[in-house]
Ligand binder design. Structure first.
Ligand code: BG6
Length: 482
């Protein structure tokens, strides 16, 4: 019997030594600013980060400038409610500036690391620089007993993912490589795994006999901001579908793990990607918000998608014939993420008001963002002589705030060598194999108005399965039909 799920969280690194320094490449970047500094502050506050943190980036910053940056970031995230902890964080910080292509940068890093023997190198940098940094870490002797934490996307297609993996493995063993998909560190996403397998009532209906379709929406009401260069090389499919949305699908579609342990979870999830049918152009609608081409660092004739909707099939015994609809977009009507598992209607129509006259059949809804909840829709009779009723939601778990924030959890786990919430290379490659055909073969982007739900062609994709359910930021049960 191997390790239990999450009680011990004893992943592949069980018994492994704690990293004795954290190196953050991309220290002046957007990710560090928005997510990493607040996470480091929380970790110091809770006593889970006590080792030196060395930031690396190309900008030249004085110590004061570097500290101000960190202070601004933490204050922007919330207030500094423990000044002593914040001072402790500042005392752990060091900064090395230099070009990632210059070996002198890595020599300076070695000096800054001082006596540290087991650093964790976190690559919060554009994917195009992963290979350069990993190779340089190896060449400078900084990979020995070290860990590397790599931000997604891992590669930009199947071939580059395989190549990146070869580069990483030439320098680090698999047990020292931590591929971050930050969705896996979110409470609401972890709850998908828990809710499915800690309850037994779902399993009998969780298959093609009872599930008509599944839809997953990740909507954002903001544009690409200052990320034009990155976004032009990525687009919505690479940026969030191949990773965040696919991870959600994998947790919903996977077979029950055969034993207690995260290795079993990871291999069942990879199995879902292997069973996914490779996408074709007819399965996908690409959109681009009006005004995107005027954004900073965006080509005036760009065909990069800021919206993507697709239909995919998982050719497994359980899911054969069930369409899965995925949708994401920037500058949509709201910022929210949700899953709707559409159940089949009863086989016989015994009451006048039953489906489909008044909307959807029963469904299960997982609200993922901005708040978390699980809703189960069921029909209930109205008082009176007639057999007429309404569909109402049984609503669970309003909010899952508390505990660790996503990056606190993931960086903390990586530094103790626990790979439970990270992605294996097998799954990464299998996921790329599904999207690879449509990375090159696809229809041009259709324009959509900011604040809308994307191009209307996306509605046609799902029209035969009840249409999209547009998530809202409201909490509490929804009025049905949604
Ligand atoms: C990132 C993408 O991985 O995830 C962003 O690069 C996206 O484009 C973000 O906005 C969404 O994450 P979250 O946690 O804000 O839902």
């Amino acid at each position: 019997m191997s390790e239990p799920i999450p009680a011990s969280r004893a992943g592949r690194g069980a018994g492994a030594a704690h990293s004795d320094a954290l190196v953050v490449f991309g220290f002046t970047g957007d990710l560090a600013n928005k997510q990493i500094f607040p996470a480091l502050y929380q970790m110091v506050k809770k006593g889970t980060l006590t080792v030196p943190v060395i930031g690396v980036a190309s900008s030249i910053l004085s110590d004061d400038e570097m500290r101000k940056r960190v202070r601004d970031s933490v204050e922007h995230d919330g207030k500094i409610d423990d000044p002593a902890a914040f001072d402790r964080l500042l005392s752990l910080l060091h900064y090395v500036s230099g070009d990632y292509k210059d070996p002198a940068t890595f020599e300076a890093l070695k000096t800054a690391l001082g006596p540290a023997q087991r650093p964790a190198h976190y690559l919060a940098i554009p994917p195009a620089l992963f290979e350069t940094v990993i190779k340089s870490l190896g060449a400078a002797g900084l990979a020995k007993n070290a860990r590397v934490i790599v931000e997604k996307p891992f590669g930009r297609d199947l071939a580059s993912a395989i190549e990146l993996d070869a580069v990483a493995h030439a320098v680090f063993p698999e047990s020292s490589i931590f591929r971050i998909d930050h969705y896996l560190g979110k409470e609401a996403i972890m709850n998908l795994l828990y809710f499915r397998f800690a309850n037994s009532f779902l399993e009998p209906i969780w298959n093609r006999h009872y599930v008509a379709s599944v839809q997953v929406t990740l909507a954002e009401d903001f544009g690409i901001g200052q990320r034009g260069t990155f976004y032009e090389s990525a687009g919505a499919l690479r940026d969030v579908i191949q990773n965040h949305l696919f991870q959600i699908v994998a947790l919903l579609a996977m077979e029950p793990p055969a034993y207690q342990g995260f290795t079993a979870v990871q291999s069942e999830k990879a199995g879902v990607f292997h069973a996914m049918r490779p996408l074709t152009a007819a399965d996908m609608v690409r959109g681009q918000y009006e005004g995107y081409r005027n954004e900073k660092d965006v080509a005036p004739d760009s065909d990069v998608e800021t919206f993507c909707a697709l239909r995919l099939f998982i050719d497994s015994w359980r899911w054969s014939g069930v369409p899965w609809y995925l949708r994401t977009g920037k500058l949509l009507a709201t910022t929210a993420a949700e899953v709707l598992v559409q159940l089949r209607p009863p086989p016989q129509k015994l009451f006048d008001d039953a489906f489909p006259q008044d909307g959807r059949a029963n469904y299960v809804r997982f609200k993922l963002q901005p708040t978390s909840a699980v809703a189960r829709a069921a029909r209930i009779k109205r008082p009176g002589k007639g057999f007429i009723g309404d569909q109402r939601e049984l609503y669970l778990c309003d909010d899952m705030q508390g505990g660790e924030t996503t990056y606190e959890r993931l960086l903390g786990d990586a530094m103790v060598g626990d790979g439970s919430l990270f992605t294996g290379q097998d799954a990464v490659e299998a996921a790329w194999a599904v999207v690879d055909p449509v990375l090159v073969d696809h229809s041009p982007c259709l324009p959509y108005a900011p604040g809308s739900w994307g191009p209307t062609a996306a509605d046609a994709l799902i029209a035969g399965d009840g249409g999209w359910h547009n998530p809202t930021t409201e909490t509490g049960p929804e009025r049905c039909p949604p």
